[in-house]
Design a protein around this ligand. Structure first.
Ligand code: MG
Length: 278
């Protein structure tokens, strides 16, 4: 079988320090929009808050004007309930008590990208929805903790799948996954959220990956809406989505979009944190 050779961008420690600046803007933006996500607030208002965070940091959006047609019209993706990813903020999209909301945000500082997502509960959310989001967050961190220099890409994929399976009978969204990131938001390699371990490119120091499991309470199948962006579950089941941008180094990991560099969750899983994160 002929395979396309992956073109994976490697970063120096100084370049990773620059990416960290973008990562911290993303962390601050997600904290601000998550805090503001209350019943009665529109997703357009959340997008405005995210725009303010970018402006105050002197950062540029990774998402605004992205790809298309049509180009993505916002700096934030807001995907409620059965919407999985790439939801477009709108004044008509008003949050209601009990919504499960995925918020995905990207920032560019000095040409370097950061990308992360959280799923938040709006008001009082049911047990099943909370468990779904928790399972997705656990899968993200289990996937991150499985990344190590000398390993292979799908060690991460398999750790995500194993984590999701250990949490319950959730659908792991097919057709979407994580990605390399650096001087562009979406770069090689594609990071699947399931599969056998020990496959794909060798993991080497200086790689940066956006790892992003997406899981559902039902089917793994999705469809794209007529806006050419919003992805929703085909069976209308609830979805959750969590994401971080992670740097791999010979001495450990540095989660660039986590305020603590990933220390708490990595340490809890026995995974080493790079000295660069100090
Ligand atoms: Mg991403």
């Amino acid at each position: 079988m002929l395979r396309r050779r992956e073109n994976i961008q490697l970063k120096t420690p100084d370049q990773l320090r620059s990416m960290r600046k973008a990562g911290l803007v993303v962390a601050a933006g997600l904290a601000a929009v998550a805090e503001a996500a209350r019943p009665g607030v529109s997703t357009a208002e959340l997008d405005l808050i995210a725009r303010r965070v970018l402006a105050e940091a002197g950062a540029v959006s990774s998402f605004l004007g992205y790809s298309g047609p049509p180009p993505f019209p916002a700096v934030l993706c807001s995907s409620r309930n059965a919407r999985v990813v790439h939801g477009i903020p709108s004044p008509d999209d008003v949050l209601a008590d009990g919504d499960l909301l995925s918020l995905d945000f990207g920032a560019i500082v000095d040409g370097w990208h950061g990308d992360a997502a959280v799923t938040v509960a709006v008001g009082e959310v049911g047990f099943e929805a909370r468990a779904l989001s928790q399972a997705c967050r656990d899968a993200l961190w289990d996937g991150i903790a499985a990344a190590r220099v000398g390993g292979r890409l799908t060690d991460i994929s398999n750790a995500i799948q194993t984590s999701v399976r250990s949490s319950g009978g959730y659908g792991i969204v097919a057709g979407y996954g994580g990605h390399g990131i650096g001087t562009a938001m979406h770069m090689d390699p594609h990071v699947p959220n399931y599969g056998r371990a020990g496959k794909g490119p060798r993991l080497v120091g200086g790689m940066t990956l956006a790892i992003e499991p997406m899981i559902t309470l039902g089917s793994a199948e999705t469809r794209e809406l007529a806006d050419n962006w919003t992805v929703e579950t085909i069976d209308g089941s609830l979805a959750a989505h969590w994401e971080h941008t992670v740097a791999l180094l010979p001495d450990g990991l540095w989660v660039l979009t986590a305020e603590d560099g990933g220390r708490a969750e990595l340490t809890a899983r026995g995974a080493p944190v790079s000295a660069l994160a100090d």
